[in-house]
Ligand binder design. Sequence first.
Ligand SMILES: Cc1cc2nc3c(=O)[nH]c(=O)nc-3n(C[C@H](O)[C@H](O)[C@H](O)COP(=O)(O)OP(=O)(O)OC[C@H]3O[C@@H](n4cnc5c(N)ncnc54)[C@H](O)[C@@H]3O)c2cc1C
Length: 373
Amino acid sequence: MLQTHYDVVIIGGGPAGLATAIGIASDLLTSNMKAKILLIDQRSKDHQRIGENVPSDISVLLQRLGVESEFSKGGHEPCPDFASVWGGKELLYNYAVVNPYGHSWRLNRHSFDLALVNKAKALGAEIVWDTRFIETSRRQQDGHIAYELFLQIDSQETRSVKADFVVDATGSKASFAKGLNVKKTLDDKLIAIVHFAELEQPHKGKQVRIDATNNSWCYHTLMPHQKVMSMLITDPSERKALEKDNYHAFKTRLAKPLWVGDKAQEIEVTDESYHTYMINSGLLEQVEGENWIAVGDAASSFDPIAAQGIYKGIKHGIFAAEVVLAKLKGTEPQINYGDMIQQDYRQYLRNRAHIYQLEQRWPDSEFWQKRSK
Ligand SMILES: Cc1cc2nc3c(=O)[nH]c(=O)nc-3n(C[C@H](O)[C@H](O)[C@H](O)COP(=O)(O)OP(=O)(O)OC[C@H]3O[C@@H](n4cnc5c(N)ncnc54)[C@H](O)[C@@H]3O)c2cc1C
């Protein structure tokens, strides 16, 4: 049952929102302070999230959140190497196209998300699913700015709660910040068409496979619990044609690239489904303001070639929690959160350009040329 007033409301229960909730709640507990923290998400508790590859040094962040032992029991599988056909016909192993830190993990997303949810709850944060943030109004309250948040519960009932501090963890749409007229500068738009399936026969493959075509790149991975995922990343203008006739053109395109195509054909699968995701690479013009802060994809969203989205979301959550705690305690934060987000974003743009520049087989292809700058 929602209360009428909270010290902190976090909108969005992805990795960034949950890490922020854990960061705030665990510090409050050790400081013997009390504050009411609410996290809401428009999705249901069991919604299957996208993103399964995380770099090895995520363990450092999970340790800070106090969930490293849950992670070790979570059924995640190591990913010993990447095999890519990128920049030439030759197959390259362990090539740091995606992950500069070596050994990464293929997540069991269900247990990963559950570990974060359970930790946040155990520390005292209230989590409410099926609750969508619609809009906000700013209010003057005891000499400071607070927010009234209008929420829709179970797609029916509408009600409002008051928040002294709001965390925008709504993903790349940054719905709360946009409601305050803060703009997001986009430097690229892509689509990802994704095929999920279950393997008919157990398979021990552990590699992630990446391949490039003249106007797209593809990714194939076996995941924990005998699941398999193949995805094609391309320009949004291709969407209609690829989705037509039950994704016929997508299936044909995925079968073409030598490396991913061979792998996708080699295995027998069941329980197949296809999904299209919009991907915006961009940075919010202002990532914090009076009694609000944006985290994860809401603050800055990356091309999936970076494979950094989950890591970045958790990192933002940990640092944003310090800003929120300073506010609750009436102290100054020890970090410059806005500078950190901007520096990370500039680094990401340099890395992204470097990765796309490596592929020079199609000098006339707009897909590759415009992302190499
Ligand atoms: C196809 C694809 C593949 C990817 N693969 C990887 C990968 O392998 N590794 C990786 O690290 N990253 C990957 N990413 C990126 C990764 O998914 C994101 O960067 C990461 O999930 C961002 O976390 P977040 O918490 O900021 O946002 P999200 O995970 O997007 O969570 C935002 C949450 O906010 C909720 N929400 C949104 N609006 C509202 C509202 N109005 N009211 C209430 N709730 C709301 C949503 O329901 C959602 O649960 C991939 C992305 C795509 C599209």
